[in-house]
Design a protein around this ligand. Structure first.
Ligand code: MN
Length: 406
């Protein structure tokens, strides 16, 4: 399908007509509000005649639109597609296209809650091997349920936000813990699922899929030295609370529909409530790029969303089994997505194997963990025939720790 917006028809764009992802933008003198990416532009959706109440868009988040439900989601999308395809709308709609390079992008939603899972078997095996040894790598519950922890919604920030190196308790071998800046600061390559409908009581995997509004890239910054001392027995706490960066565009389930793919074969049969009766993962290529301060970029890893063992609907179903209610704007991190080979690992901890094998960078230098001034960019896209459904970029630069004791 071709748009009269020429740049949307380029095979190189992240934002063709069949993507239409949802973001929040601001311009000098204009209050932040909702927009939709198309080619090189942001479509300002407040003042065009799409037939959906503008109150949903004249605010700095998509939460009210999400709360309106799947019928409104699909009516809006169908109407925008028509208006961006049929040349009779060009004259009236073109005035509401803002060049994307001119806007500032903000968090696309009010993140009401944030939970992070641990659903890549390769990642869980790698980390478990380093922390507990090969024999005890995968916890005994791992194949039975998508395990996770409740994170901090307040830690979630939009792509481009600088990330300050945290302080914490570091425990060196044979010594008492010391309060110092983190020395093993790391990234986690993840995809976030955004809950667009509330629940009370348990939902099925199928209902969970219906509740999901869309997906974003997510970097779950992690302080490994703080984590390894604090995590037993209640799991990560301060190690994961510095920042969680998400990409600025929410890619809808509809845009990803052609890329649905089945989960991996089960190694033990799942309990009935967690079984999937349709494809719940997506074929999305993912990569991690690191650029040192004024240095050359290096692609550190490439992997794919379909490497997960548990899908977002399974995670969401499991989350509600206790009766835990979910809210519009709930964010679920997939867990670090690692593929089978070292070049598919989604964290520096795994790539450098706990610092034992530093990673070579283009233009010289190595990394075991992040240095101040490093910029990390996550990229993701689902590749179709002559087009791709892109997520944009999820970027963060590490800035030096401030003196916490001053
Ligand atoms: Mn994580």
């Amino acid at each position: 399908m071709k748009s009269w917006v020429e740049s949307a028809n380029s095979p190189a764009t992240d934002f063709p007509l069949n993507n239409l992802p949802y973001g929040v933008f601001s311009l000098p003198g204009i209050a932040p509000h909702c927009g939709v990416a198309i080619g090189d532009y942001v479509l300002d959706v407040i003042n065009i005649d799409h037939g959906i109440d503008p109150k949903y868009f004249n605010r700095p988040s998509w939460n009210d639109f999400m709360a309106a439900g799947p019928d409104v989601w699909s009516a809006f999308r169908a109407r925008l597609t028509e208006m961006l395809t049929n040349p009779q709308y060009e004259e009236s709609v073109r005035a509401h296209l803002v060049p994307r390079r001119d806007v500032q992008l903000l968090l696309p939603l009010d993140v009401t809650e944030y939970t992070d899972f641990y659903s890549s078997k390769q990642h869980a095996t790698n980390v478990g091997t380093m922390f507990r040894g090969k024999e005890n790598a995968l916890p005994p519950n791992w194949l039975w349920m998508p395990i996770g922890y409740n994170g901090r919604a307040s830690s979630v920030c939009v792509s481009g936000t600088p990330v300050q190196r945290p302080w914490g308790q570091l425990k060196r071998e044979g010594a008492d813990p010391e309060f110092l800046p983190c020395e093993r600061f790391d990234i986690e390559l993840e995809v976030g699922a955004i809950v667009g409908q509330p629940s009370s009581g348990m939902v099925s995997v199928e209902q969970a899929d219906e509740m999901i509004f869309g997906y974003v890239l997510l970097n779950d910054w992690s302080a490994r030295d703080i984590q390894s001392w604090e995590y037993q027995p209640l799991g990560p706490f301060q190690a994961k609370a510095t920042a969680t960066t998400i990409s600025p565009w929410i890619v809808s389930k509809t845009a990803l529909e052609p890329f649905r793919t089945a989960s991996k074969e089960r190694e033990i049969p799942l309990l009935k409530h967690l079984e999937e009766h349709r494809k719940m993962l997506y074929d999305i290529d993912l990569e991690v790029v690191l650029a040192p301060e004024s240095g050359e970029s290096t692609t550190l890893a490439r992997t794919n969303y379909k490497e997960l063992y548990f899908s977002a609907p399974q995670q969401l179903c499991h989350h509600t089994t206790s009766g835990c209610s979910m809210r519009v704007g709930d964010l679920l991190g997939s867990g670090t997505i690692s593929g089978p080979e070292p070049e598919n690992f989604g964290s520096l901890l795994e790539m450098s194997w706990g610092g034992k094998n530093p990673i070579g960078l283009n233009g010289g230098g190595t990394r075991s963990f992040l240095q101040d001034g490093d910029t990390v960019t996550l990229k993701g896209s689902a590749k179709g025939d002559g087009y791709r459904i892109g997520f944009g970029e999820c970027v963060g630069k590490v800035v030096p720790a401030r003196d916490a004791l001053a």
